[in-house]
Design a protein around this ligand. Structure first.
Ligand SMILES: [Zn+2]
Length: 110
């Protein structure tokens, strides 16, 4: 991929994320529900695809990260980012009271 295409791709992805952020923050409830119907499946598919590329090999090293001589140990930054964003709850923005508070710190099964 040349530099112009890479830049265009990068810009398009950031613009899409900005658009989705705006919808989440500014749209009414029916619009957000509609957004969830379509975008959650797209986001989970995207995460699964990305994570599949970064599955560990038979030696426990990421298949995608690192150079040709030495791959990075698993979990790589993609997996740690996924864990941080999909599993770990940001306690700074999460209420610390309520009946589900303790459960939010536990890893989910599956
Ligand atoms: Zn990786």
């Amino acid at each position: 991929m040349n530099e112009v295409l890479a830049s265009t791709l990068r810009k398009a992805v950031y613009e899409r994320l900005d658009y989705l952020d705006r919808l989440v923050n500014e749209a009414d409830v029916p619009s957000r529900a509609s957004l969830a119907d379509s975008e959650i499946a797209r986001m989970t598919a995207a995460w699964r695809s990305l994570l599949a590329d970064h599955e560990p090999d038979e030696r426990g090293r990421c298949r995608a990260c690192g150079g040709w001589r030495r791959r990075r140990p698993h979990p790589c930054s993609v997996w740690t980012t996924a864990h941080k964003n999909l599993i770990v709850v940001d306690t700074r923005s999460t209420p610390t009271t309520g009946r589900h508070t303790a459960a939010s710190y536990l890893p989910t099964a599956g």
